[in-house]
Ligand binder design. Structure first.
Ligand code: HEM
Ligand code: HEM
Length: 469
């Protein structure tokens, strides 16, 4: 007999945080949702243009402009605001205190909004730093975002420094680390030192992978280490593995940037170092993914009844899959086929959607109803999950096949147009997947509205809630 899904424990409302933190967390989340809609609409338009190049033939909507609008908006608007917003709730809660300065968090949010709006307008106008992926924003725009990162980092640091318990919970290691690394990264990426010729390429590689590895990955892992045990009602499998993952991420992740430029004029020894450290990455990846999956082990009944845990489970699983895929891609023998192809676009979405977005959604659905006292309809959450998941699978499978077809065609020495003809049907499937993904984001936006803050919500202090583990 099929048992109907009931309202799950992780969706049960229990408003218990101080009103200032609730409003901030929700403001970050609502802002992130807005940028998710804008950013993925741009992604869908970019996909449509690969199928129908004459669609909307305006210069500000040309593929070359809409692509960086898509990537920068989903990176800095959606993913950063969503993960940071939940982090600003998790840090005080696990430190048994209140957020050090709500004002600073608001100021940082407005700086991020200003950067996202100006970034969108300047890129649409063709004002850009050129082919420097994820740092196309001109420096005045990026400085606004960087200032917001520093302010939030100070806030997180001071909140942890004023904690009311002796230890620092593992989530906070990851979250604080993320803010420190992104601050360093913005300085390294934008200060014009060593940025000529090959120096620029080396810094570009470092920039790309530190952004995804030491910012998004660190935040998503930090939130998973809070949300998964919290929703399961049991401690993490191993605290020690969490600490090992933290230090080995720092050791290996920061030295793999040159794997983006295999067979380029970047020194051969540097490429080889990056490949070796990409293999070393399996240590933090499987200590992290393994630790979280082992925490979930035995809790499947709870996962099946929950609407938040399936997002988190899929997220952790795809963290492992994306990283394994990345390590394989770094080897010279594989890179010769996959580099420059759509296979890397597939890898980007496996990681940034299958891992990062899924973890963000799981944390939102698991934690926000507790904050605001309002929950979305379980059916709508289920629709969001399945439409996003199916759309994502259609996207990554089709675009990865396109990448393999392109790689084989190029290695065989065929003309470029032959690879375009081979990949074109797959681009159509990617667009179908993208339509489903964007549709699921509209459902998510509705769910976020349903979870909106109640004027009289949150009577108690965040400091009173117990630690998750
Ligand atoms: C063990 C971990 C990982 C390794 C070894 C790895 C490896 C790679 C390699 C070799 C490339 C470049 C492929 C090429 O251009 O030929 C790449 C690209 C990329 N990776 Fe990963 N990856 C890992 C994990 C991740 C994670 C966790 C994320 C996101 C959170 C991520 C996001 C990306 C993105 C966005 C790109 C595209 C960069 C571009 O625009 O060129 N990767 N990765
Ligand atoms: C949270 C959601 C998303 C994130 C974080 C994301 C992230 C990314 C990233 C990092 C890239 C650069 C890939 C690379 O250079 O290797 C990219 C490119 C792209 N994305 Fe997304 N994406 C998302 C959703 C979507 C959706 C829904 C679509 C709709 C079809 C889409 C379509 C595209 C297209 C067409 C490109 C350009 C590919 C190319 O240059 O050939 N993305 N996206």
């Amino acid at each position: 007999m099929v048992r109907p899904r009931t309202r799950t424990p992780d969706l049960a409302p229990s408003p218990s945080a101080d009103p200032a933190s609730v409003r901030i967390a929700y403001a970050y989340l609502a802002s992130a949702t807005l940028w998710l809609l804008v950013g993925t609409a741009a992604g869908l338009l970019a996909a449509l243009k690969l199928n129908w190049p004459d669609l909307l033939p305006y210069s500000f909507l040309s593929f070359g402009r809409i692509r960086p609008i898509h990537t920068n908006t989903v990176f800095w608007g959606w993913s950063s605001m969503a993960l940071a917003g939940i982090a600003l709730y998790v840090v005080p809660r696990t430190s048994r205190t209140t957020l050090w300065s709500p004002r600073l968090a608001w100021l940082a949010l407005w700086l991020w909004h200003a950067a996202a709006v100006l970034g969108l307008v300047t890129l649409a106008a063709g004002i850009t730093r050129g082919p420097q992926e994820y740092r196309e924003w001109v420096w005045p725009v990026a400085s606004l975002f960087g200032a917001g990162v520093v302010l939030n980092g100070v806030n997180v640091y001071c909140t942890i420094a004023t904690r009311r318990i002796p230890e620092i919970y593992i989530s906070n290691w990851y979250i604080l680390g993320a803010f420190v690394w992104l601050s360093i990264l913005f300085v390294t990426g934008y200060v014009p030192l060593y940025q000529d010729g090959l120096g620029n390429i080396v810094i570009q590689g470092y920039y790309m992978h530190t952004a995804v590895g030491m910012w998004f990955t660190m935040l998503a892992l930090g939130l998973s280490y809070y949300a998964i045990p919290r929703l399961l009602g049991r401690p993490i499998y191993s605290y020690a593995l969490g600490v090992l993952g933290f230090w080995t991420n720092m050791l290996f992740y920061t030295l793999i940037g040159a794997h983006h430029f295999i067979f380029s004029p970047v020194p051969w020894w540097l490429q080889t170092t990056a490949i070796l450290f990409s293999v070393g990455m399996m240590v933090p990846v499987w200590t992290g993914a393994g630790n979280l999956l082992l925490t979930l082990r035995g809790g499947w009944a709870r996962v099946r009844r929950s609407y938040a845990l399936p997002f988190l489970f899929v997220g952790v699983l795809f963290y492992g899959i994306a990283s394994l895929q990345g390590t394989l891609e770094a080897f010279r023998t594989a890179n010769i086929y996959w580099h420059f192809t759509n296979f890397t676009v597939g890898h980007s979405h496996v990681a940034m959607y299958g891992f990062i977005a899924m973890v963000a959604w799981g944390a939102v659905y698991g934690l926000v109803p507790r904050l605001t006292g309002r929950e979305p309809s379980p059916v709508a959450v289920g629709v969001h999950f399945w439409v996003a998941f199916v759309g994502f699978l259609v996207y990554v499978v089709s675009i990865s096949i396109a990448g393999v077809l392109q790689g084989f065609s190029w290695v065989a020495g065929e003309s470029f147009i032959a690879s375009v003809i081979a990949a074109e049907p797959m681009w159509l499937w990617r667009t179908v997947g993208g339509i489903l993904m964007v549709a699921s984001h509209v459902v998510f936006a509705w769910n976020v509205w349903e979870m909106r803050t109640h004027p009289s919500a949150a009577p108690e202090s965040a400091a009173l809630e117990e630690q998750p583990a």
